[in-house]
Write a protein that binds this ligand. Structure first.
Ligand SMILES: [Zn+2]
Length: 461
């Protein structure tokens, strides 16, 4: 796909690293980064002119294929209490039917939707590796290649996180039948990562990381071995993502196995630092929250999926008070809007604390500004990319919004973000990824074709 790549764009209002600016000329270098920012500028001839420009949002956690099962799990099984674990069984059944072609087509359709809602990068926590019978494909990277192809067709930046999945529960329990498409041993997993580094280590639009699935799905020995192997694979500073403490049962099982809670165990056994992104971290204690913040890790919160699956509510008020870094993820992709994720994040806190304006501070009193800026910055950090704010040297990942809505047209500063987050459906007209204009006037070039393919898949599934 040939994308238009202007040398500069002009914004009547923009949120930059220096705060809100008016009449800003944002220069874009040939390397896809922001070359410079000129304030109180005039629009040069030929540069696209926009009313409102914001940094692109990072989506730190996606399982792309689950997009095709959205809407199929909202009906009771009639067997008593439906919960995360019964949802997981349905998901396993669904996964069994998917071919490599399906996986690519679903990823492409999803990533177009993500772009159109303002996400400019996605962390794909990719755990389906083998065919429906658990047999490896002829190429070890077959399904990773499909995810990469899906992302590259759309222009979204991909942080690809191949998942190490080994066991069915803590203590080395064997993986079950539903998990056989996911399972690697340490050797075959390291072969996969090595092959991915060879193929994509220097590719444009891709960052490689790793994802030990969770402490229930990876043994301590394997985790140790993978982490030790990273420097030799040229991945010494790569993003490391792991699900942690999503469910109370998971915490109980971990205590039964190790006498420690999952986050506690991880901090005691590994150097968890700024390269780590702990996904969910829903059931964490005050001590764990403080350790996460101090270690510089990012928490990957997925509020709509966590609500959809009945996980629980992350202690975000406390975490933000200790300057914890977070990003947001679409996870099961039941929702593809960062705005909804952030709104729900705040509303969940209001409902449990019975207060208003919870996730903000004296320094940044606006909830919209606090959540948007921190999710964009923390998310970019977790995906291993220099993005998350409009600043020279950062990637030119940006979204353009219409201010036609009557509630937006006259607003300035943080009130814009508060309105977008709480009151109007944001109308995103254009999206730039590394300077490339991948959404133009609200449209992605592949959207119709891709939607047709997704539609055909939903008929099969
Ligand atoms: Zn997940």
């Amino acid at each position: 796909m040939q994308w238009e790549r202007p040398n500069a764009l002009f914004a009547r209002k923009a949120l930059t690293s220096q705060g809100w600016q008016r009449d800003v000329l944002i220069g874009i270098g040939s390397d896809g980064t922001i070359a410079g920012i000129e304030k109180a500028a005039k629009a040069p001839p030929g540069a696209p002119v926009f009313d409102l420009v914001l940094p692109g949002m990072a989506n730190v956690h996606s399982h792309a294929f689950q997009r095709a099962m959205a809407g199929l799990t909202e009906i009771t099984s009639g067997k008593g209490r439906d919960n995360f674990w019964s949802w997981r069984e349905t998901m396993y059944g669904f996964t069994r039917k998917l071919t490599p072609e399906h996986i690519e087509a679903i990823a492409r359709a999803l990533y177009i939707d993500l772009l159109k809602h303002g996400y400019t990068a996605v962390g794909e926590f990719h755990y389906v590796h083998h065919d429906g019978n658990g047999k490896p494909y002829a190429s070890i990277t077959e399904l990773s290649d499909r995810i990469v192809a899906g992302a590259q067709a759309t222009g979204i930046h991909l942080t690809h996180l191949p998942v190490m999945y080994e066991t069915g529960n803590f203590g080395g329990a064997a993986a079950n039948d539903g998990q056989k498409r996911f399972v690697h041993n340490a050797d075959s997993y390291l072969q996969l990562v090595e092959a991915l580094v060879k193929k994509y280590g220097k590719a444009d639009g891709i960052t490689l990381g790793i994802a030990p699935h969770s402490l229930r799905a990876v043994t301590p020995q394997t985790l140790q071995r993978i982490l030790e192997a990273l420097p030799g694979l040229d991945l010494a500073d790569c993003p490391i993502h792991m699900h942690i403490a999503e469910q109370e049962k998971e915490v109980e099982d971990c205590i039964g196995w190790s006498k420690q809670r999952p986050a506690e165990w991880l901090f005691d056994h590994h150097q968890v630092d700024k390269h780590w992104c702990l996904i969910h971290a829903t059931h964490t204690t005050s001590d764990e929250v403080i350790r996460m913040a101090k270690n510089g890790a990012t928490v990957g919160l997925c509020p709509t999926t966590e609500a959809n699956l009945g996980d629980g509510i992350f202690p975000a008020e406390q975490y933000l008070k200790v300057q914890g870094s977070f990003g947001i993820g679409s996870d099961s992709n039941v929702c593809v809007s960062p705005w909804e994720e952030l709104r729900l994040m705040e509303y969940a806190q209001r409902l449990i604390t019975r207060k208003r304006t919870v996730l903000c501070s004296e320094a940044t009193p606006s909830v919209g500004r606090t959540l948007f800026a921190q999710a964009a910055g923390g998310g970019a950090k977790a995906l291993g990319i220099r993005a998350g704010e409009i600043a020279p040297g950062r990637r030119a990942d940006m979204m353009v919004l219409s201010t036609n809505h009557a509630l937006l047209a006259e607003k300035d500063g943080d009130a814009i973000l508060d309105t977008l987050l709480f009151a109007v459906t944001p109308a995103i007209t254009d999206v730039f990824v590394a300077g490339k204009r991948v959404v133009t006037n609200g449209r992605h070039a592949l959207e119709e074709e891709s939607a047709q393919q997704l539609r055909a898949i939903t008929r099969l599934c």
